[in-house]
Write a protein that binds this ligand. Structure first.
Ligand code: CA
Length: 227
């Protein structure tokens, strides 16, 4: 899941980025409205977390622009302004949720997951393929009812594949969902993550595996029967 954080306070950015990365989000940080606009033109986002007081203007301007383009991406507004007028204005303009600063990062992560689970959002709660299940709320994966340990990034990869189980998911879509902009990603980072996840699934006795569609992407599908 790829998230754009629009916030000018560097310390808060880092706290939020760390908390959300631990939950498997790829987080891009824009510290100005202008950078946010640029990022939005370059990458698809699943969620935007938006501060209102930014050095080059008001976050509500960005929200108005997004909604003017009929963008369906959910937006969570975080602001130190607790005035009721701002809240009503934000909701009128199409903010999906509000968080008043200061807040606990755990609360922000929970709200982000809740927004993504809404009808039409990208997250449904329980994802299943064969004997493999992933609960996207608790981020626990099980094979035949037994929990398996999967690090956050591989868990996000599994989630992206499970959401389109049986279909080939393009490399670019996987990379967009897994790696934030400017993150050091080696050319074979995705292949390496796929191999590790494939081994984990096999070791746990999963009935599904990750198939390679050469030059296109990857698909989670039943293992080929032994012949
Ligand atoms: Ca600010």
């Amino acid at each position: 899941m790829r998230l754009l954080l629009v916030e000018d306070n560097a310390r808060l950015c880092e706290l939020v980025r760390r908390a959300l990365a631990a939950e498997g989000f790829a987080v891009d940080i824009a510290q100005t409205l202008r950078t946010a606009e640029e990022f939005l033109e370059r990458a698809p986002y699943d969620l935007i977390v938006l501060d209102l007081g930014l050095p080059d203007g008001d976050g509500l301007t960005l929200l108005r622009t997004l909604r003017g383009r009929a963008e369906a991406v959910p937006v969570l507004v975080m602001t130190a302004r607790s005035g009721l007028d701002d809240r009503i204005l934000g909701l009128d303009l199409g903010a999906d949720d509000y968080l008043i600063k200061p807040f606990a990062t755990g609360e922000l992560a929970a709200r982000c997951r809740a927004l993504l689970r809404r009808p039409g959002g990208v997250l449904g709660s329980m994802l299943t393929a064969g004997n493999l299940t992933l609960d996207s709320n608790t981020r626990r994966a099980t094979v035949a009812g037994t929990a398996i340990e999967i690090p956050p990034r591989e868990l996000s990869l599994l989630e992206l594949l499970l959401r389109r189980s049986g279909q080939v998911v393009a490399r670019a879509n996987l990379e967009n969902g897994l790696y934030a902009m400017g993150e050091e990603v080696s050319a074979n980072a995705l292949e390496a993550a796929v191999s590790r996840l494939r081994r984990r699934l096999a070791a746990a006795g999963a009935e599904v595996t990750i198939h390679t569609a050469h030059g296109i992407g990857y698909a989670l599908a039943p293992k080929q029967p032994e012949s």
